[in-house]
Design a protein around this ligand. Structure first.
Ligand code: NI
Length: 388
């Protein structure tokens, strides 16, 4: 008996050469966040050619499509991201980026084409589907603004569950990493302005040195984690920018620090801003300076729903993939914003690369294209059946 699972596998294998060609086309022409105009046009035309219905996303870039099953049922969302990075590609591949300074160094071209493959497989089986599969090709993930814009544009209206992935260089092709609970950290941003009093390098007693204050702050901020977060929980405070001064013999009058806080723990996320404010202001005061904290709330943690993770484990097994427990990362993903509103699951798709995300020599094994297309088609079918 031919099951829908084997059909997906066989059809995905026959689509593989086309998927590779499409992925290389996108890879040669990377576009940065919110500038994905050609990418959008290509996705639209590839979906239209396959007879897949496009919806009005109401954003300048990005694409929303839908495969409607013949039978009634819930609506689920599959999400891919489409943007590239300001990285100069150094892979030397024949299909390397043709645009200097821009590269698909995070593999979003892979995500995009995988979901195009899944959409095509689902379209072929539309008669068998009980419900609707909406597919979102989201812009501007790298700036962490695309998901918010897409949600405001209404992509989640009527949606019961959301599924997505990131490629994972450490995992071999044919392996998928799945876990219930937090997978990627919350991401928030801070900026600290330190106000001292400028003066002569040789007469420090007449000045208030903002560089000394800033140095004390860099060390003190680390205690927010070591002394302020339960040893059973994890959080990271990174100061990534520290700017002050203009020459060697003048004490400047101000300094700026910028950084990020990452955690999986909602409680740590809730309490760190107040603790940081108190610390920053009192350390500065101790030195006779003044400091102001500006906190920007960005992304919650990618947090996988147990039931949705279960559906994806089933789908992976049905497609003959090896399922491993996904290892979490302190990187962030705006997929988290969908999961704040509807239950979902985000997975690592094994792509067997040698370099990490965002590296100029980042590569992936294209054999994973057909595999992940079939996996997400299968996941959609199983989700519709399970949630209907
Ligand atoms: Ni990425």
């Amino acid at each position: 008996m031919t099951t829908i699972s084997t059909t997906f596998r066989e059809q995905a294998a026959s689509l593989q050469p086309q998927l590779v060609a499409k992925r290389r086309e996108l890879h040669r022409h990377p576009e940065l966040s919110n500038e994905e105009f050609e990418t959008t046009a290509k996705i639209r035309s590839w979906l239209t050619e396959a007879g897949i219905e496009l919806l009005d996303l109401k954003l300048p870039t990005g694409v929303l499509a839908e495969v409607k099953g013949a039978k009634t049922g819930p609506t689920i969302l599959l999400r891919a991201d489409i943007d590239a990075l300001p990285v100069n590609e150094e892979t030397g591949l024949p299909f390397a980026s043709e645009i200097p300074g821009k590269m698909h160094a995070c593999g979003h071209d892979f995500h995009t084409v995988s979901m195009i493959g899944a959409a095509r497989l689902l379209q072929e089986q539309a008669d068998e589907l009980s419900g609707t599969v909406r597919i979102l090709f989201q812009p501007a993930e790298e700036l962490a603004v695309g998901a918010r814009a897409a949600i405001e544009a209404g992509v989640l209206e009527g949606v019961t569950a959301v599924f997505g992935m990131h490629n994972k260089p450490e995992l071999p092709v044919g392996t998928v990493g799945i876990r219930t609970g937090p997978l990627m950290a919350s991401v928030d941003r801070f900026e600290i302005d330190v106000f001292g009093k400028g003066g002569h390098a040789g007469i420090p007693d007449a000045a208030v040195d903002p560089i000394v204050v800033s140095s004390a702050l860099v060390g003190a901020l680390q205690t927010l984690v070591s002394r302020g977060v339960s040893p059973h929980h994890s959080a990271v405070v990174s100061v990534c920018k520290l700017q002050s001064g203009s020459t060697w013999n003048v004490i400047p009058d101000s300094a700026v620090l910028e950084g990020t806080v990452r955690t999986f723990e909602p409680e740590a996320r809730r309490t760190i801003p107040d603790k940081m404010k108190r610390l920053v202001e009192s350390v500065a005061e101790g030195y006779g300076a003044e400091a102001r904290l500006k906190w920007t709330t960005m992304l919650s943690a990618v947090n996988n729903d147990a039931r949705m993770a279960g559906i994806l484990r089933e789908a992976a097994s049905a497609q003959g993939l090896q399922v491993v427990e996904a290892v979490p990362t302190m990187g962030g993903e705006d997929f988290a914003l969908y999961q704040e509103r509807v239950p979902g699951c985000f997975v690592w798709m094994g792509t067997g690369g040698t370099e990490q995300w965002h590296h100029p020599k980042f590569t992936l094994n294209e054999d994973a294209l057909a595999i992940s297309a079939a996996f997400f088609a299968e996941a959609a079918v199983q989700a519709l059946e399970s949630l209907g």
